[in-house]
Design a protein around this ligand. Structure first.
Ligand SMILES: NC(=O)c1ccc[n+]([C@@H]2O[C@H](COP(=O)([O-])OP(=O)(O)OC[C@H]3O[C@@H](n4cnc5c(N)ncnc54)[C@H](OP(=O)(O)O)[C@@H]3O)[C@@H](O)[C@H]2O)c1
Length: 213
């Protein structure tokens, strides 16, 4: 798949790098095109780099990997995202680890109001960048929670998650991002306040005994 990545920070480089390694073509878009090109050069032949609008034009799927405070700026810079799968991994964290958007909406739903015609899918927000880059090494595979209102778009993102070592779990409508964003707060607390470290990951387990109808 052609994937545009907006933002060359921890998440952009981890997911973009992992997808390129698996044979996807990745374009890293940065406010500083040289930074995007440099990251692409370090990733290898499946990667290119340049501006944010180049990344958004290139991608059939576009990963929005910027701090939530800068999403509207980045989306404006990206231009039209019509028909694209827009992967939202953001967490609208406050300084004291609350959610700046509150609990009766979500960053994902707010982003959906900013992008005409794009299919917003929430994914990877409750996964640490370190785990994104190394998911294949986990046994069993870490879970990637995925929610969105467009079934095809959700399938695309689930496939992209599986390609780099995650077990995707369909979490229903985009509105359910209201539960996925607090899940990120929980895992951040576990990692940093409670000392478990940022190599931990969520995993949904199933019982071995089949449930009767
Ligand atoms: N770090 C994690 O483990 C993790 C895990 C799950 C979700 N998330 C979420 O993923 C998103 C990205 O996190 P991150 O850790 O990758 O952040 P980061 O390392 O700070 O990178 C964010 C990138 O956003 C880009 N950007 C675009 N517009 C910007 C602006 N106006 N000001 C500053 N930067 C701007 C920058 O890339 P350019 O300089 O190339 O433009 C920057 O490198 C956040 O919403 C975060 O909540 C993070």
């Amino acid at each position: 798949l052609n994937i545009g990545v907006i933002g060359t920070g921890n998440v952009g480089s981890a997911l973009g790098g992992a997808w390129a390694k698996k044979g996807h073509l990745v374009f890293f878009g940065s406010r500083n095109p040289e930074k995007g090109k440099k990251l692409a050069a370090s990733v290898g032949s499946n990667a290119r780099g340049g501006t944010i609008v180049e990344a958004s034009r290139f991608g059939e799927a576009v990963l929005l990997a910027v701090n939530y405070n800068f999403v509207s700026e980045a989306i404006r810079e990206a231009g039209s995202l019509e028909g694209k799968v827009l992967i939202d991994c953001t967490n609208p964290l406050t300084i004291d680890r609350g959610l700046s958007v509150g609990y009766s909406t979500s960053a994902a739903e707010e982003i959906a109001t900013l992008v005409n015609g794009a299919h917003v899918v929430k994914a990877f927000n409750a996964v640490f960048a370190r785990v994104m880059a190394t998911a294949e090494e986990y046994e069993p595979a870490p879970t990637a929670f995925v929610c969105g209102d467009d079934e095809d778009a959700k399938r695309v993102v689930s496939r992209l998650a599986a390609d780099i070592g995650f077990e995707p779990v369909d979490c229903g409508r985009l509105k359910n991002a209201r539960f996925l964003e607090p899940a990120a707060v929980l895992i951040i607390q576990l990692a940093y306040s409670l000392g478990m470290g940022n190599d931990i990951a969520f995993r949904i387990l199933r019982g071995q005994v089949p449930c009767g109808g």
